[in-house]
Design a protein around this ligand. Structure first.
Ligand SMILES: [Zn+2]
Length: 359
């Protein structure tokens, strides 16, 4: 998981990479936000960046895939290709230990603990691109009707994982997913681990809410709060731009030159700053379509036409998402560099139209 794979959250990410670069890595952090907003994605991308041997810095450069509309570009990201990045992205890094709510199942009939469900959790995270929620997880274990928790065996497991020697000679990392599901025994035991941090260890608690978490735990972790997606600024951008986007997308399917020409005239007339915002908004929508569809979640582009809304997000797949992002990022770059907007938008239209056919 790279930061660029996360929708939005650019300010949060940029703060995190700055802290890592400065070497002030906190040994325990709480990443707070809904699963669907990418809280686990954030934890995994954070660790990948932390361990990356070839961190990429983009200071002042563009394009870097932007998530939500109007967001700042990323200042840095992991490389995604060094051995460490590969191991973390496949959840195969020997120093990365994952803990999560669990319960007895048809296979594990007593004393359940995270260690028993590593393969299931691995598959769940990879399949859902780390966007699945607790219900999805329990459903995948076939325990919809049970209360999964993190129990004292998990706390022991956490302690054990951190006391091991690092296999790779670097960080020893623990992710506790849905940390609010720790029972009291588990939380009390974890508290001891948090009070006496071992050097070279990082504990990331990922939670949707800190209300049910012990105050003593909250006070010992640094909290990173995700920005709520679908915030008012994004809603305002959607209101402003979605009619234009929908009209344009429809024409990209038909590619009738005369209608497309007059649509582009309208888009060119709004001015460079607005064009940039519009293209960044479009980029956010495309990523949203792709990630939501990939995770099996609905995504509305707000066309006002239920059929189009249901159909369009499925057009953005792993076969074309990168081409589309690249085309949009390059168009933003061109407009920033004072390229002719009509020519830029026409070229973009052709590239998008071609890419959409490759779904
Ligand atoms: Zn790397």
């Amino acid at each position: 998981m790279q930061f660029k794979d996360i929708v939005g959250q650019r300010d949060v990410i940029n703060r995190l990479t700055e802290i890592i670069d400065s070497g002030r890595v906190s040994h325990a952090q709480l990443i707070l936000g809904p699963a669907e907003d990418g809280s686990l994605q954030m934890a995994l991308a954070y660790l990948q960046y932390l361990c990356c041997t070839n961190r990429q810095h983009y200071s002042g450069q563009w394009p870097v895939a932007s998530g939500q509309p109007g967001d700042a570009p990323l200042r840095a990201d992991s490389c995604g290709t060094c051995p460490s990045c590969k191991k973390i992205s496949q959840l195969m890094h020997p120093d990365l230990h994952l803990f999560f709510p669990n319960a007895t199942t048809s296979r594990v009939k007593s004393n359940p603990e995270s260690a028993e469900f590593q393969q299931e959790f691995h598959d769940f995270v990879i399949e859902n691109k780390a966007l699945g929620n607790l219900d999805d997880w329990f459903a995948s274990l076939g325990i919809e009707n049970k209360q999964g928790i993190l129990n004292v065996r998990d706390a022991d497991g956490i302690e054990r994982s951190l006391s091991l020697k690092s296999y790779e000679g670097g960080w020893k990392m623990v992710v506790i997913w849905m940390a609010e599901k720790m029972n009291t025994e588990c939380a009390n035991k974890l508290l001891k681990t948090l009070e006496e941090p071992l050097p070279g260890t990082v504990i990331l608690l990922v939670a949707e809410s800190d209300e049910r978490m012990l105050q003593t735990i909250r006070s010992r972790v640094q909290t990173v709060r995700l920005e709520p997606t679908g915030n008012s600024r994004d809603a305002a951008l959607a209101e402003q731009f979605s009619p234009m986007l929908v009209a344009w997308l429809r024409l990209l399917f038909k590619l009738k030159m005369k209608e497309l020409g007059s649509q582009i005239d309208q888009m060119a007339a709004i001015g460079r700053e607005q064009q940039k915002l519009f293209l960044q908004y479009t980029l956010g929508v495309m990523r949203g379509c792709f990630l939501s569809t990939a995770a099996g979640l609905p995504y509305s582009i707000g066309s006002g036409d239920a059929k189009f809304d249901a159909m369009f997000p499925k057009m953005i797949t792993q076969n074309n998402v990168e081409t589309i992002e690249q085309a949009l990022s390059e168009a933003v770059f061109a407009i920033e560099r004072n390229a002719n907007p009509k020519i830029t938008l026409m070229e973009l239209s052709f590239r998008m139209s071609k890419a959409l056919k490759k779904k």
